[in-house]
Design a protein around this ligand. Sequence first.
Ligand SMILES: [Zn+2]
Ligand SMILES: [Zn+2]
Ligand SMILES: [Zn+2]
Length: 349
Amino acid sequence: MEEWPWFRSGHPSAPRNQLRLDPLTGRWVVVSVERAERPSAFTPRSAPVQSDTTRPCPFCPGNEESSPPALETYGASGSWLVRVVPNLYPAFEGDQPFVVEHRGPIFTQATAGGIHEVLVLSPDHNGDWSRLSDEQAGLVMAAIRDRVEEHSTVPGLRYSQAIVNAGREAGASIEHPHGQLLGMSFVPRELAEEQAGFARFAGRCLLCTTVDAEENAGHRVVYANERVVVLCPFWSGMPYELLIVPREHGAHLHRSPTSRLVAVGKAVRTSLQALTEHLGDIAYNVVFHSAPYRATGMYHWHVHILPNLATRAGFELGTGVLINVVAPERATEDLREALEKIAIRTQRT
Ligand SMILES: [Zn+2]
Ligand SMILES: [Zn+2]
Ligand SMILES: [Zn+2]
């Protein structure tokens, strides 16, 4: 069993860094395991999301005309709570099949067919996922499920990627809280690597095993209930990175029962609340990973929350090896404390 806290061993020559294997991607990460003083506070985000805030927000209620007609809306008639619209600047577009063309020894190309949609998380311009109500968090998850379900019926598409970018540093260009749904004609590398990770794993399911092992170890579980577990993974490559795993095994988000989706939607909210409480108003990415529609191999859908705190420097870019200066054990302690503070405050009011 791994040992935590390391500093209890009191060994002066105890290593300050450790290599840890991310079994999902097969990549090694460098994790700082020294009992350093708390690293200098990360600076909250500063860059404005939009340079021009004088134009009306295209995603606010009343401005629906400024985006293409909705593909789907959720909420009582008359006032929507969640809205899905086509992206005006799609990365993937059209129904051309994925046909690879070799136009020379190194010029390989294919048409970027597919779907690119925007998911407006809430009518509230200033409410990000950390501020969604239970109902709203459930609706957002239902919208993701429904759209992915729809994408999966489109001939030629294989995989849907759902993401939320919050903050300029994390790639958001419109302030209003929103996510994106991309239906793709190929399985992207990150997903293919994870599929390979599941296939390589000698036990039953890599993430079912992770949940069991982390609950046994205890010191990387930030939050858990009967349906979902939130942890700072052992192999965290980024400070305060979180992994949200539904307890019930299932490969496909879009085939999950509503109760599980609602639980995950609420866990995303709780995680973001903890991050905000501890780190302030940070930029972050939420990444949903689900098996390609027709994949039959072992897979367990899950959510990554990736706070945008560290810049990838030359070493990371040149090697693909991440250096994480905040051990996930430390991050877990901080985020648990943050949740306790929130709980105390909520009791008082
Ligand atoms: Zn708005
Ligand atoms: Zn599983
Ligand atoms: Zn993943």
